[in-house]
Design a protein around this ligand. Sequence first.
Ligand code: ADP
Length: 622
Amino acid sequence: MVTACFAASMAAAWWMPLARNIDNAAYDRWTRWSPPPEGAPQSVVVAIDEATLEARGGVPEIRPILSEALDKIAAAKPNVVAIDVILHDASRDAARDARLEASMRATPNLVLGCDLVDGKWEEPLDRFKVLSAAVGHVQQEYLEPGEDRSDGVNREIPIEEIADGKRKWAMALEAFRLARGQSIVESPDDLEIGDVRIPAGRRGGERPLLVLYRQPQVIPRVSVLDVGEHPEMIRGKVVFLGETALTAARDRLVNPYGNNVTGVEVHAHVFETLAQGKFLSRAGDSTVLAACAGLALAAGLIIWFLPGRFLPGWSGLAILPLLGFVLYIPLLAFRHGVVFPLFAPATVAFLTSAGAATYQYLFVRRQLRHSESEKSRYQQAIHWAAHEMRTPLTAIQGSSEIMSRYNLPDAKRHQLSDMINSESKRLSKIIQTFLDVERLAEGQMELKREPVDAAELVSSCMARVAPLAERKQIALTLDNPVDGVLLGDRELMEYALYNLLTNAVKYSPGGTEVHVFSGLTPSGPSHSGHDGELRLGVRDQGIGMDSKEVKQIFKKFYRTKRAEASGEVGTGIGLSIVEQIVTHHGGRIDVTSAPGKGSCFTMVLKANRAASAQDRPAASLP
Ligand code: ADP
């Protein structure tokens, strides 16, 4: 059950878009709950804002605006300048491009942007490109396969993008590399720039990196119009120059804090993430799988072991700490830089506990029902034993009383002490049978498997019943000589046949006849160890039963109305034990009867001729 619930949860976490939405929402929440990175920012955003566009003639004047901005920035001695404007096409006015070229030449560590349009890179004009220290891409969408970014929240950017056979690093990464004066050392799992290890492993041709956003206003921002007056903001800094005006900026995004950020600002946040050297990285699929499997196991064990021992009936509560743990651990991991999904572990914990609890409930109920029926069966067996023991006990009691009270002749004394002796033997037999039947019912009894001579069995049972029959003047006859050998437990079989005989005598009026008959039917070539069927039958001319009654008589405690009316005492248990004994020996009982006409009970058993030759020791029946 736990495995099935685990598999279902993992499948849901893998395929349901809802799972990703929940994980993303959890990511945003954790971001808000966790303090943003500290440390002084090393970058600045120089904004082509509404005021700049208004003052300089709008978007068509973007190149003169860039020239003006670069001149002012260069004068303030920045470390790196990255321009988040794609300079792919030549201006109609060649003089403008020439002026921009001149401004670029005077700018140190210049990073230009390129963009991916319809699967092709739009690179800056060559005249600009040759002046740059690097060209970085400005892509800001990293989408997991099948991810829906309808929430518009930017969490990850591709730090590397491969398209059209060309690989580009993100603009912020190029700026960082230049600022540190180091080159990029790459491996499939990370990038290294100097002593900074960036956990941006490849995922499907891209290297996503989670951005650690700063609070609004932490990264300084200055308008192109004002940048000339604030050289101290620029000196030694990494400058990101780009459009922030609503009318011009193509990319308006929201960060996990819920703040609006423009594209150029995202570059600055990515740069600060790199500069801080502290990163968030997603837990690997195998880690998540292992953690979820551990949770499923824990849920299963908690449900299995806790409630029964310490909290009967409170399995629901026992699972609460686990669910709390599942919600708290990802937050803790997040604070230590590891992003764990929420949906998969939460679903696994919830579903597996619910599944395990349901299963356990059903299991416990089944066990309860089983033990209830065991209990009533045991009680019935005790009833039977008590009832059976009463007759010999009465005989023993009576005989011993007579012996002590009266002075009896020797012959009579002998007779009585013989009686006491045989009745006490019968008592011990009853106790033995009781124990045997108990163990038989529990399925732990190893039936004896000894050869039992059918003729001996029949004659000893008939001898025991003879006095009862005589008392009622019922003629007890053996119709034909008995042949064959049975394999089984002699005492239990004796008990079965004796029971059929006493019933026949009990439920017949005086002056009638009881016949015992047998028959051996050979069955084909002897291959299975037994040589056919041995039928042992008892036929009487007694009160009989109708067919409805016949169906019930093997049930415990069932007695027919006719039997009750006959005045014969009984418990209604004997036949149920006879049936158990016979079926455990691989046989069956056939009954034919008609009310007032008499009944015929036939035990059909496996006969075994070979068994008489070799005396086999006790062994369990198959
Ligand atoms: P008990 O004899 O103690 O009542 P049994 O289990 O031996 O219990 O028999 C169950 C019932 O089956 C009897 O009460 C009786 O109604 C019916 N029955 C058994 N044997 C005979 C028979 N030979 N003739 C008629 N009814 C019988």
